[in-house]
Ligand binder design. Structure first.
Ligand code: G3I
Length: 384
């Protein structure tokens, strides 16, 4: 198989050329990268990457090459989450796995987003936090644990991480209300204020984001409304939230019972985006992928439907100049979290990301590229 030399990569104008030497020529598209296309419109493009879990794409040189070729921003799929950093209440944080990723990004000139300081839905908190003995002053002890965690993480990274998803998914998609957690039990809903104010003090340079998975689909109405009401209340109370992370897990609803493929509702979505914009918040698409559980088996048809659906969503969302970044939740299908959740009835692998298992660009990659080309320009941010 022919390989592109560093010199050839440079001559072709492909970004991160030095790192591309060694990438099979068959896997290289001679085209501007997704980040270059995004930049041309004042946007940025990036991806999640994971290490050492069910999959280890960070250890896969072909995956790294795709990241370096296409992305301007990286985010750890799991490695900055509390359960991955701190094993017990008296243990120091262990940043080794996450640091390797941040080092990699820095070495290649990529920005790094932080995800996430507080994801307090019980199943995603460290078990030791859920089972902790909060003693006779549980509010104080809960505050101590959380403040210590946020301070430790933010101070460890300093300005190396320019944006944090301070709070992730605190609004229930079923009721639109606040989720009950060990922290709401002991601190109340002001745990959000505490998290954001602590992050503000510990990372004064960073953009502070609330991240959630409301979408443009009919099943998401209660969730959208709930997120809007909570954002409004936080801003009114002076919570320093600066941007909304729209995860962008679209397509088949992410639940066991779901069988079909959703239809996006542009009007509802515009209403939502208008309200967020009206609050003065910036927006980011933070975890984009298309769940194809409800689509036909035929690969060409499936990829076409995924790409068309993604394009429609991106066209509407990127028509707002307040939307500044698009990150996908993984660049290659076989490493997607969706492979292990809610299997397709035919048992076939899913195709939710821009690249196939053999690292060939798919119709979804083209749809993202075309959406960037069609997006109206906006003022370029140099930081996250
Ligand atoms: O780290 C252990 C590893 O040591 C062990 O060998 C392995 C065995 O299964 O499990 C590993 O941890 C898993 C981890 O992914 C890494 O693979 C966890 O059990 C598993 O729960 C975890 O799932 C992640 C999930 O968040 C929960 O943290 C998914 O990869 C990740 O894609 C998903 O990402 C979330 C975003 O953070 C928030 N928005 C929704 C999105 C999708 O659910």
């Amino acid at each position: 198989m022919t390989e592109l030399s560093r010199r050839e990569c440079m001559a072709l104008g492909i970004g991160a050329a030095a790192s591309l030497a060694g990438l099979p020529a068959s896997a290289v598209e001679i085209a501007p990268s997704l980040d270059a296309l995004a930049r041309a419109r004042g946007l940025r493009f990036g991806s999640a990457l994971g290490a050492g879990g069910q999959s280890d794409e960070f250890g896969d040189p072909r995956y790294r090459s795709i990241l370096l070729r296409e992305c301007g921003i990286l985010v750890a799929e799991n490695e900055h989450k509390w359960p991955f950093l701190q094993r017990g209440p008296n243990d120091p944080h262990d940043f080794r796995r996450a640091d390797a990723m941040v080092d990699f990004a820095e070495k290649h000139g990529l920005l790094f987003r932080g995800h996430t300081l507080l994801w307090h839905k019980p199943q995603w908190l460290p078990r030791w936090v859920n089972e902790h003995d909060f003693g006779s002053q549980p509010g104080k002890e809960a505050e101590r644990l959380l403040v210590n965690h946020i301070n430790s993480v933010c101070k460890h990274y300093g300005t190396r991480i320019g944006a944090w998803d301070v709070v992730n998914e605190t609004v229930s998609e079923q009721t639109g209300k606040f989720r009950e957690t060990v922290f709401t039990r002991h601190i109340g809903s002001e745990v959000i204020d505490l998290a954001f104010h602590t992050a503000r003090a510990a990372a004064p340079h960073a953009r502070l984001v609330y991240n959630d998975y409301m979408t443009w689909e009919p099943h998401s109405k209660t969730h959208r409304d709930g997120v809007l009401r909570h954002l409004e209340a936080w801003l009114k109370r002076g919570v320093p939230v600066e941007a909304l992370g729209i995860q962008g897990h679209i397509g088949t609803e992410n639940s066991d019972s779901s069988t079909g493929f959703a239809t996006g509702r542009e009007e509802d979505w515009r209403k939502f985006l208008d309200e967020v914009k009206g609050m003065g918040l910036k927006m980011l698409i933070t975890e984009f992928d298309v769940h194809d559980k409800g689509l036909p088996a035929d690969i060409d048809k499936r990829d076409r439907a995924i790409a068309d659906y993604a394009r429609a969503f991106l066209d509407v969302t990127l028509s707002y100049a307040e939307v500044e970044q698009v990150l996908v939740w993984g660049m290659a299908d076989h490493y997607s979290w969706l492979q292990d959740r809610w299997p397709r009835p035919d048992g076939l692998p899913k195709r939710p990301t821009p690249y196939s298992k053999d690292f060939k660009a798919k119709a979804l990659r083209q749809a993202i590229a075309d959406a960037f080309r069609a997006a109206p320009g906006r003022g370029q941010r140099t930081e996250l």
